[in-house]
Write a protein that binds this ligand. Structure first.
Ligand SMILES: Nc1ncnc2c1ncn2[C@@H]1O[C@H](COP(=O)(O)OP(=O)(O)O)[C@@H](O)[C@H]1O
Ligand SMILES: [Mg+2]
Length: 298
């Protein structure tokens, strides 16, 4: 049976005109429709470059040596323009200021659909829909400069959504936001995946968030994918994440530490709710005197 993929990246190599060496070095990645994938890796390893290949910015806008294939919703990015691809893949970046091009919320949301040449009633229908998802209802006529960082980023996501892409690529979209903004945008992203069924590819360094919401975590380094798997697979051994200078979720790190001290932890917890379950059982055993350290305490 032929499987249907939202994204297929096949043996992808890319070198910018100005870069000495290849920045992407044989990347293979398949993402299923509706999947929530988080890409993690150290700064400069090629995450944003990979993102640019998913909507055709590479190689159509940022030129260079491009080898391999990128297929989104069945379309080879080499054979389609960036504006065609934008109705399939929405992309949002780190800095909300840099993405907002108009003066008011409503103008910003109309901009993309107007460029598509959609009729007025369709544009208005889409705006009503995305304003709701972004929690910007009642703020349609606000000047964009008056929005908070989180609201600006929610607006940037909403304007991309007005083009009705089925895939959303998010490149560190909360890294410049305060905690409230981060929460606003993160909740919106989770909702788009869980309720609206969008395929999410998020570049993000928040391990707790990834552990909680990702279907799959992809670990990148030096232009290659080093490993991938469900969060419980990726975080059940600390080696891979530590190799790229990350840590596992704190609740998992605690489990490694306890294992080191001779405690038997059968299932490494990766989320707070799993940790509560695992550790309350352990505490119970300790209280009942059923647990004895295997090694001497350090
Ligand atoms: N436009 C460009 N021209 C030349 N080199 C670039 C360009 N953009 C990024 N690079 C280089 O490509 C490498 C990967 O960058 P990037 O994809 O931005 O990594 P990440 O997003 O993981 O931090 C870096 O060494 C960076 O300096
Ligand atoms: Mg980047």
């Amino acid at each position: 049976m032929k499987e249907n993929y939202a994204v297929v990246v096949e043996d992808l190599w890319f070198k910018y005109v100005a870069s000495k060496d290849y920045v992407l070095r044989g990347v293979n990645l398949k993402v299923k429709p509706g999947e929530f994938v988080v890409i993690m890796g150290p700064s400069g390893c090629g995450k944003s470059t990979l993102a640019y290949t998913l909507n055709g910015i590479i190689p159509h806008v940022f030129k260079g040596e491009f080898k391999g294939k990128v297929i989104v919703n069945g379309l080879n990015t080499l054979e389609h323009t960036v504006s065609e691809l934008a109705t399939h893949v929405g992309m949002v970046f780190q800095n909300p200021e840099a993405q907002i091009v108009t003066m008011t919320v409503i103008e910003e949301l109309s901009f993309g659909p107007e460029n598509l040449g959609l009729p007025r009633d369709e544009i208005e229908r889409r705006i009503r829909e995305v304003v709701k998802v972004a929690r910007l209802e009642g703020k349609e006529y606000r000047p964009t400069v008056s929005l908070s960082g989180g609201e600006k980023q929610a607006l940037a996501i909403a304007s991309v959504l007005a083009l009705r892409p089925s895939i959303l690529v998010l490149d560190e979209v909360t890294s410049m936001l305060d905690p409230i903004g981060t929460e606003l945008v993160s909740e919106m992203v989770v909702k788009l995946n869980k309720e609206y069924g969008l395929t999410i590819i998020a570049i993000d360094h928040r391990v707790e968030w990834a552990a909680e919401y990702a279907d799959r975590i992809v670990i990148m380094d030096e232009g290659q994918i080093l490993g991938e798997g469900k969060p419980e697979e990726v975080f059940s051994s600390p080696d891979l994440v530590r190799k790229i200078g990350f840590r596992a979720p704190q609740v998992s790190e605690l489990a490694y530490e306890l294992i080191d001290r001779g405690l038997s932890v059968k299932k490494i917890p990766i989320s707070l709710s799993e940790a509560v379950e695992t550790y309350s059982k352990l505490i119970d055993m300790i209280m009942k005197g059923e647990w004895r350290p295997l090694k001497n305490e350090k």
